[in-house]
Design a protein around this ligand. Sequence first.
Ligand SMILES: Cc1ncc(COP(=O)(O)O)c(C=O)c1O
Length: 367
Amino acid sequence: MVEYTSLKANYEMFAAEYEEAALRALRSGWYILGPELEKFEKDFASYLGVKHCVGLNSGTDALILAVRALGIGPGDEVIVPAGTYIASVLGITENGADPVYVDSLPDTLLMDMDKVEAAITPRTKAIIVVHLYGQACNMTRLKEIAKKHNLPIIEDCAQCHGSTWDGKMTGTEGTISCFSYYPTKPLGALGDAGAICTNDDELADKVTMLRNYGSRVKYHNESIGRNSRLDEVQAAALSVGLKHLDECNDIRIKIAKKYLEGIRNPKVQLPVTDEHATNVFHLFPVIVDDQEAFQKFLLDNDVKTAVHYPIPPFLAECYEGTIAGPADGKALFPNAYHIATHEVSLPIYSGMSEKDVETVIEAVNKY
Ligand SMILES: Cc1ncc(COP(=O)(O)O)c(C=O)c1O
């Protein structure tokens, strides 16, 4: 059976380094806001080429705190792709603001930049862009729009560590960027973790304060913050992952190349990468005629798959009857709805064997 993913296979590639790093952190006797975090923040900021990285406990908190640090709250609107993981939207609604969705493109599956301007209203306070599946979005176009309307850009970089638009790293061109280091992500911790990155001194300082109960000085709480800190053991593990990030990205890119060259089936639409973008293939999303039948056929042929994401945020149960869950969402965002109901992600991970890659190609071609 070809597993959909294997964190164990990835861990085993660098087990000795992970174990050494975890032991170092454990034996230090210092577990929160210490030297491992400081080192990782410095190294990740330098990997991207930005001034600041502030380590956090998850990508979701990174989004919540980025929106909060920009001063966005009730009565405000934030533009966000209709086709994304719900965490992008939670960043908005957890601050009492309203999401305004923009439909996806049918080929790259990313936010349709031509539809962004029509979504801007006098209440718009920011635009969230999501470099979904590992591919960078059109930042040239988005920056033009943001500049014209004087709006900050929040980059959701949960899935794109190391990908570029026109040679520029994702997470460096917006006002603030939000990373997840959930274990399956291109750079993953051994538990939950995340960060914001920015060149803006004030925003970095605000998030640093917000992640620590909203205080700079112990017991002096100047803002309503959270406990969103990234712990020392995870920071130590992330330093190992960061060392091997490009290598692991290259492994997935090579697997994607094999899929793109080897899969020939008119019922399966392969992922399209814009010529200005690079794609680190966090996932390998295909669009198929019949999601359920395709998944079943692959499983019967020894290949496990997944769907990202079967229920788009605008159809989430928690948003039903609210602005975040418009009743006519399916009609308003037809491409995002089509993707949600026709997308299937093929296995792609570092540590995946060549034989497994071949099995996937054969099964998809046989479908
Ligand atoms: C696009 C996107 N944004 C945000 C998140 C949230 O990150 P986390 O799981 O670290 O909270 C995820 C992760 O699953 C994601 O895929």
